[in-house]
Design a protein around this ligand. Sequence first.
Ligand code: ZN
Ligand code: ZN
Length: 225
Amino acid sequence: MVRDRRTDCLLCLESTAQTGLCQNCERLLARTGFVCPGCAIPLAARGWCGNCLRGPPAFDGVVAAFDYRFPLDRLVQRFKFSADLAVGATLGDALARAVAHGPRPDLVVASPISAARLRERGFNPALLLARRVASRHGIALDGDCLAKMRHTPPQTGLDAAARLANVRGAFAVTRRVAELHVAIVDDVMTTGATLEEMARALKDRGAARVSGWVAARTPEPGRRS
Ligand SMILES: [Zn+2]
Ligand SMILES: [Zn+2]
């Protein structure tokens, strides 16, 4: 029976024929306006944001499935801090749809977390998303491509410059990436400091192009450096 295939929407608990989010919630959460092609920050008009114009980032473009704001932020937190894997799958699928029309990378990698953070959380949310997106598009995945060399204090509460200093030199590239287009998957992008540092590490090793693929992007403008 058709009714058996209905599930509850992860956000509003309305019964839905879709898995994850119902159509209403999906429409409500969709990013509809202009976004900067460099860093995916929402903008009032078409074009690049002030940050990207002032200093081009090390990454070559960002795609974000959602804005990181209520109620989507609660969903992301449920995934990250309560290991709600159904939410992770829904976010991963949304990200896979969001990147479907962009240039196809040679390799998908995940934003790494430190060993200490991994022990505390039990899993790396970014890797789970990366696995989902890579398999949806049949792109090679290397979950260990980027390694976190040291535990960095949480970025929360730091301004953009402090965030950049906090993650400087924190990442190592563990495989050959020369000439490759690499897409880095992460759960949330705030100022982009972490993405900037990972992209820089990949470019230092000869990556031709680095894309940022994030489930959610904070809509407030934040200075990158
Ligand atoms: Zn809903
Ligand atoms: Zn920008």
